[in-house]
Design a protein around this ligand. Structure first.
Ligand code: MTE
Ligand code: MO
Length: 275
């Protein structure tokens, strides 16, 4: 495992602009940990955790007591979350402490056989990578805490995949390129990094999470993983990487969240850094 020694980057950016569409977003409310009606983890109807558990016939104590059950529960939550327009499943606890999240009502599945990652834009050799091609490149494993901007944190999570820097070298970045844009096969989500951020050694095109192939619920077959930033930067269901002249704000950034999303140094939060 190779670790970065780079500093976490530039100073936090200015407070997010007022967001006309989502008055309860973190910029508007001043309280990013509160679950408003439109934030990275709690779109949909607010509902008590106990109510949700009751609906599914589960008890928190039972869940905590049986690690083997948690795995099954997690797989189950992942599959129902796909079909859950209310997003209620996003509020359920699970073994790993993650909340499955998607801004899209449903996400098509890509098998290992039909998955493709397109790398294009300001590059010398636009390339389409199969999953096999990504697997054949050198893999890096990082173990870091995950921090969501709404407050939940999961300690010591293994992520594994290809360094984005290696992928960029493979296609040849043209000198005019200054930023990288990421798109997803959910058809909705997007993210972006500056070229300098993208070249950090702790930014991965991630194929494995928690030492297993990336599940559909966690954004499989392939997601982005940006270790030093809030988890919304880690775009799930990654299908496109495009080199651009300028940073283009991503899905949540259009809605008031910081573009430079360093954990503990952005979004008005003071969480412990993840790197
Ligand atoms: N395509 C896509 N990627 C996404 C999101 C999303 O809604 N769609 N949500 C982001 C947010 S806010 C978080 S916290 C994490 C959640 O990842 P998980 O579902 O693996 O816990 O994915 C990030 N990447
Ligand atoms: Mo999030």
């Amino acid at each position: 495992m190779n670790e970065t020694t780079q500093p976490p980057g530039p100073a936090p950016s200015d407070p997010p602009p007022p967001d006309p569409g989502t008055p309860s977003g973190p910029g508007a409310s001043g309280d990013p940990a509160r679950p408003p009606s439109s934030d990275p983890d709690s779109e949909g109807t607010p509902v008590g955790r106990r109510t949700v558990l009751a609906v599914l016939g589960l008890g928190a104590a039972g869940v905590a007591a049986a690690p083997w059950l948690q795995r099954g529960l997690e797989a189950f939550l992942g599959s129902v979350a796909d079909k859950d327009p209310t997003k209620l499943t996003g509020l359920l606890p699970n073994g790993g402490g993650f909340r499955y999240y998607s801004v899209a009502a449903s996400v098509p599945r890509r098998t290992p056989a039909d998955y493709r990652l397109t790398v294009d834009g300001l590059v010398e050799r636009p390339t389409e990578f199969t999953l096999g091609a990504l697997r054949r490149l050198p893999q890096t494993r990082l173990v870091r805490d995950v921090q969501c901007v709404t407050g939940w944190r999961v300690p010591d999570t293994p992520f594994e995949g290809v360094r984005l820097a290696d992928l960029l070298d493979a296609v040849g970045v043209r000198p005019e390129a200054r930023a990288v844009r990421f798109t997803c096969f959910d058809g909705v989500y997007s993210e972006s990094l500056t070229l300098d951020q993208a070249r950090r050694s702790d930014v991965l095109v991630c194929l494995r999470m928690r030492d297993e192939p990336l599940s559909h619920a966690h954004g499989g077959p392939v997601r982005l993983y940006v270790a030093p930033m809030y988890f919304y930067k880690s775009a799930k269901w990654l299908s496109g990487i495009s080199l651009t002249r300028d940073v283009r704000p991503g899905y949540w950034e259009e809605r008031g969240y910081d573009i430079d999303a360093w954990v503990g140094r952005s979004n008005g939060r003071d969480d412990a850094p993840t790197v």
